[in-house]
Design a protein around this ligand. Structure first.
Ligand SMILES: *Cc1c(COP(=O)(O)O)cnc(C)c1O
Length: 229
């Protein structure tokens, strides 16, 4: 997406330093296949069951080997009764905000798969949702996750409340980046800062995002809002 390249260059950052996660929630396997055909491999979904139905449909329509090349990220809240399916089918879980969920994901990650990549979702101020761990608990949760054998802690994810004010957007993303840098200074080996959506990706990239999660700017408006399945 050229908006990302423009924002990366404008921020004086290295080309290719920001990954695109295509957020495909509510969109059909056929639409995902169209985006896959442009070379996109990483897709984000909010609901475990909805995602698994699409993974299975795509394994049929794309064929096993192309479907295996896809990388699936869970970006919605994780309920404890969905951790097994999440651990079995996803490559990343970006929305870990409780140690109990992290422990279950680690226990349930199948031994034949690589460790599950995990981001800790943080909630620093005025987030759009109630999920996410507060700043003063992030370090303890990061240490707990880093100690779990079948998880690989990669970084932080945040969903700041939307604002039309670019300076406000930047200040909120900067607070997440500051926390990310503090955790790294304490020794956490983190390489991923997931922040920025269709309406605020430029501010997030200016503040150091390494992954932006983009739905409507790729797929258009969402077809319908699904309830948590
Ligand atoms: C839906 C969603 C996105 C994408 O939002 P857009 O505004 O459509 O780009 C990104 N992150 C999370 C956690 C989401 O739920």
């Amino acid at each position: 997406m050229s908006r990302i390249a423009v924002a990366v260059a404008g921020a004086g950052r290295a080309p290719g330093s920001v990954r695109l996660l295509a957020v495909s929630k509510t969109h059909s396997p056929a639409r995902i296949a169209q985006v896959e055909a442009t070379g996109q491999r990483a897709f984000g979904e909010n609901y475990v069951q909805e995602a698994i139905e699409k993974m299975d449909a795509l394994a049929n329509s794309l064929g096993e080997s192309r479907a295996r090349a896809l990388e699936w990220h869970l970006i919605g809240p994780v309920q404890s009764n969905k951790t097994r399916a999440a651990a079995e089918r996803f490559d990343w879980v970006q929305s870990v905000d409780r140690e109990k969920i992290a422990r279950r994901l680690s226990q349930q990650r199948p031994p034949n798969l690589a460790p599950l990549n995990v981001l800790i979702e943080v909630n620093l101020s005025g987030e759009a949702s109630k999920s996410g761990v507060a700043a003063d608990q992030a370090a303890a949760l990061a240490r707990a996750v880093a100690g779990l054998p079948r998880l690989r802690l990669r970084g932080l994810m945040a969903i700041p409340a939307p604002s039309r004010d670019h300076a406000v957007q930047r200040a909120r993303f900067r607070a997440v980046r500051d926390l990310f840098e503090r955790l790294r200074a304490q020794g956490a080996e983190l390489d991923t800062l997931s922040m920025g959506m269709s309406d605020d990706m430029e501010a997030a990239i200016a503040e150091g995002a390494t992954m932006v999660r983009i739905g409507s700017a790729i797929f258009g408006a969402r077809e319908k809002v699904k309830s948590a399945a």
